[in-house]
Design a binder for this molecule. Sequence first.
Ligand SMILES: [Zn+2]
Ligand SMILES: [Zn+2]
Length: 263
Amino acid sequence: MSLIIPLCSSSSGNSTFVGGENAGVLIDAGCSFKKLRLLLDSCGISLGAVKAVLITHEHTDHVKGLFQLTKHTDITVYASSETLRNLINNNQVSHTASLCELSALSSVPVDYKISAFGTPHDADGSVGFTLEKDDYKIAFCTDLGIITHEVRQNMLGADFVFIESNYQPELLQRNPNYPPYLKRRITSDTGHLSNHDCARFLTELIDNGAARFILGHLSRENNTPALAYGSALMCLSEHGAVHNRDYTLEIAPAETEGRVIAV
Ligand SMILES: [Zn+2]
Ligand SMILES: [Zn+2]
């Protein structure tokens, strides 16, 4: 059995625990170390159960707690060589941190086969992850502008999918707090995935065996859980898939209230 716990998920902080009760990994560490411990604790997971932290890329909303985490624990950080270089240059990891490149993912002491794949985002070497155990595949992917061939190749066939549904285009375009350059950045091929683009990809995923979806990394300003949820539901139902028969759909909360998903 695997536990999947979205600890925090939004444009201001992202971290998810995947694994068993006693051994698992954190994907990203995007809230303070103190908060991370509290959130893990509220879900019944001790820090000692975290055997590695896998980093998708070095943007603050994914690594805010990483410096303190690597200062106070000996948990190994796994990331692409580009991300590791940036983490070091930006002082986002402690000088005592144990760092490993993605080619060493097989050394993570958990009983999953963990793989990484490249994502189109404005951070060099950004990645998503898949974790496989007992013929069950979990795919995790946030911060991507478009669905590339590489993303498809790695995510199609997954049973469980955690994917970004970042923004509703009309809300973004109307948002007076976002300057034009930022709007262009978000909607670009190396920005973020819109609700509609995410929903369309869900239909491909379901055709290839996926049955459980979590939508995450929702923009706090340019999206709402209802819009992301509604968009996915509509696209999947137009595709002929029946909610709660063919698939389940959830929105990752901005901060966990203790929900642990067991698969
Ligand atoms: Zn990012
Ligand atoms: Zn992000």
